[in-house]
Write a protein that binds this ligand. Structure first.
Ligand code: ADQ
Length: 462
């Protein structure tokens, strides 16, 4: 069996300090790495003089991390990754910052990764690179003589061509993707926007079997939707911590229907728009007011980036205004919590919710929607209100789909969910549950690595 090499910005393999892998992706990749005796490479998250890769093997999984100098972290991570590519790929041209220094830092760090990782690659290894931080890495490894099968997975949307061309050097970036043998997107929609770029901007062609050709080079580009660790999450939702949380939540809801939102604090998640929709619901349906309460959990992320400070300030003010306008002596309409919760506690929160509000303005997939579905009580499931702009909407057809930019649509969907019969809730939930259970993160990982393993190493890079 080939070894698997995983490369991503951050490594979430288990370590002595953090012995259990956190989150579905970490669990799936860790299991694959353990089976295939592979290595997970990435940035340590520390700033400091770049030295050597630090190897650590724990619980059968080897990770290799490297520190980055402060300037690289600012330009590559906070800069090009989070202030240029992230907003642009989430259709937010107005928030996108174009700085040569950012691009320089991005190239420098990708070069560094290629330099330090390439010598550790063995001839039969399958190499799987993750996400927008590392787009050119495959190309740079090819330049260093790596002729292995190379895969790339994009966890965020692929933007429409007319937006992508706003990126200086966009063509060079996409050309670099052709150094991979297989590239994966969450949905057909992102795959098709990629096709559109290839055809319109590069004169390429799209053939059968997911093949895409530009010039003399043909690669496979596939839609491969990520899932959650469904088995673990379903059992966590029935475990002691979740049950205790569920009971605590039901007690604090005091007979009211609980609406729940859970997100990293990020402008792409549509939290502001969700609050606006909830406010519209409270304004237009005074008789429903005291029957509901919204719990929004949103731990801050990327706090050094200005746009993230801005969204945090906006939400602080908006949540204060909503509570100021509608609260009563024994009721607050909105509880807004700025911290993360352990996964089993989160599972109990989802289970207690009558409505899951997942309203991103754009999202590659959105795993919260799938976790919400997995955690529901089959006899009395809650209703998922889901943005049509989340990748997950393509799979979760039983959700009430909304346009998150419209407060009226969100308000109407809340009202509809509150009055939905138990039969309809079960009817909508059952197929979503089957989808989440069957297309889990292990399924996703196997689909991608099988596609990669099936590739004949190309002579071009041999
Ligand atoms: P994210 O943008 O981080 O991921 P998402 O898919 O929703 O978004 O995953 C977030 C994860 O963090 C979920 O597992 C969730 O439970 C957890 N989380 C969020 N808030 C939390 C809280 N308050 N406490 C504890 N845990 C919390 C990116 C892309 C997505 C894509 C994933 C995977 O932006 O579109 O689905 O990668 O590919």
């Amino acid at each position: 069996m080939s070894r698997l090499i995983v490369i991503s910005n951050r490594v979430s393999a288990p370590t002595k300090e953090q012995p259990t892998a956190q989150g579905g992706l970490a669990v799936a990749l860790t299991a694959a790495l353990r089976e295939a005796e592979g290595i997970w490479f990435g940035w340590s998250g520390e700033t400091g003089e770049t030295g050597e890769l630090k190897f650590e093997t724990y619980a059968g999984v080897t990770s290799a991390t490297i520190d980055l100098p402060e300037q690289d972290v600012e330009e590559y991570y906070e800069g090009y990754a989070n202030r240029t590519l992230w907003p642009l790929f989430h259709y937010r041209l107005g928030l996108t910052e174009f700085e040569r220094d950012f691009q320089g830092g991005y190239e420098r760090v990708n070069q560094l990764f290629a330099d330090v990782i390439s010598p550790h690659v063995e001839p039969e290894d399958l190499i799987w690179v993750h996400d927008y931080h590392m787009i050119p890495l495959g190309w740079l490894m090819r330049q260093r003589g790596v002729s292995n099968r190379l895969g790339f997975f994009l966890h965020i949307p692929w933007p429409p061509t007319d937006l992508l061309v706003a990126l200086p050097d966009h063509r060079r970036m996409v050309e670099a993707l052709f150094a991979y043998d297989v590239i994966g997107f969450h949905t057909r929609e992102w795959l098709e926007t990629f096709h559109d770029y290839v055809v319109r901007e590069m004169g390429g062609s799209v053939g059968p079997d997911d093949l895409v050709t530009v010039g003399g080079r043909t690669i496979r580009a596939i839609a491969c939707p990520i899932g959650i660790d469904a088995r673990e999450f379903i059992s966590a939702a029935r475990g002691d911590a979740a049950t205790a949380t569920y009971e605590r939540m039901m007690q604090s809801a005091d007979g009211r229907a609980l609406l729940v939102g859970v997100d990293r604090l990020d402008y792409s998640k549509g939290i502001e728009e969700r609050f606006n929709g909830y406010q519209r619901f409270l304004e237009t349906r005074p008789e429903e007011r005291a029957k509901v309460t919204l719990l929004q959990i949103a731990p801050p992320s990327r706090a050094t980036v200005q746009t993230y400070q801005d969204i945090r300030n906006t939400l602080d003010a908006l949540s204060g205004r909503i509570n100021g306008a509608f609260a009563d002596i024994d009721w607050v309409p909105l509880r807004y919590v700025n911290r993360g919760l352990p996964r089993d506690v989160l599972a109990g929160v989802y289970r207690a919710a009558r409505i899951g509000l997942v309203t991103p303005l754009r999202d590659g997939m959105n795993l919260v929607a799938k976790e919400f579905v997995a955690a529901q009580d089959p006899e009395d499931p809650g209703v998922l209100i889901l943005s049509r702009f989340a990748g997950a909407a393509a799979q979760l057809e039983g959700a009430l789909l909304v346009n998150p930019y419209s407060p009226d649509e969100i308000a109407d969907a809340i009202a509809r969910a509150l009055s939905m019969s138990r039969e309809e809730r079960i009817e909508r939930w059952q197929p979503m549950f089957e989808n989440v259970r069957d297309h889990d993160v292990i399924w996703w990982r196997k689909r991608f690595t099988n596609a990669l393993a099936a590739v004949q190493p190309t002579e071009q890079f041999a």
